[in-house]
Design a protein around this ligand. Sequence first.
Ligand SMILES: NC(=O)c1ccc[n+]([C@@H]2O[C@H](COP(=O)([O-])OP(=O)(O)OC[C@H]3O[C@@H](n4cnc5c(N)ncnc54)[C@H](OP(=O)(O)O)[C@@H]3O)[C@@H](O)[C@H]2O)c1
Length: 251
Amino acid sequence: MEEKKVQRVWITGGSSGIGRALALHYAREGAYVLVSGRNVERLDEVARATGGAAYPLDVTDAEAVKRTVAAVWEDAGPLDLAVLNAGAAFKREGRDDTARNLKRHLEVNLLGVAHALDALRPRMREAGGGTIALMGSLAGYVGLPRTSGYGTSKAALGYYAEALWAELRREKIDLKLVSPGFVRTPIVAANEFPMPFILEPAEAARIIARGLERPGFEVAFPRRLAWPLRLLRALPAGWRVQLLARGAGQR
Ligand SMILES: NC(=O)c1ccc[n+]([C@@H]2O[C@H](COP(=O)([O-])OP(=O)(O)OC[C@H]3O[C@@H](n4cnc5c(N)ncnc54)[C@H](OP(=O)(O)O)[C@@H]3O)[C@@H](O)[C@H]2O)c1
């Protein structure tokens, strides 16, 4: 697909962190930026800063997502890019809380994205194509200890993107997976483990925007974290779990 400047972009989770930084980046590049999220005050602040528009939304509500995509399309015209970035991380209530914790993560990080993709797809198809970027994570590459809910939702999102890539390409929709390492945002603020090679949101936004301009399915960064995790992923699972347990001091 040919490279061209982004003109109209919708960003979910645009009220904070990476989404906010992406909104500011694209606005500086001259795009019209539409942002969604639940926090109206923060969304309005971003809309003011970008000269764009705010569409309050909880992505777990499929009907609300449909209505919002319809409004965005009607107000702004066909989008050339949608960044389905809204995501959350929830602490487990205790060691026996994997199911409820997983459900909360899947509702936002996987189904929230799927609701938006389903709402965007027919419109983009009819408009002749566009790009949809899904915000995954390097945490989805391997089964990291301490992140069973969040990591599972991001691993599933990667699978979902891979599984849909070919059929969307036939509709001229370029589906991309963004897999960041650590970025200094509220989502990681409470992490009590080391976060190697952590980036500032503005730097992450620049890398993502540059990556989305290029052909290719995935934008994974920083490379010095992505490559070791790729190698770890290529190992037999039995070795991998031993190595990861050792790394986390859980032998
Ligand atoms: N920071 C990292 O190290 C890192 C690494 C890899 C991937 N990621 C991914 O990057 C994305 C952005 O996260 P961030 O780091 O920028 O964290 P953040 O600052 O906490 O931003 C999360 C965004 O998602 C929105 N959101 C959460 N739940 C939502 C819901 N139910 N409906 C609509 N919007 C919702 C939040 O807005 P409201 O609260 O206003 O709803 C906020 O704008 C997430 O998908 C995250 O998993 C982050």
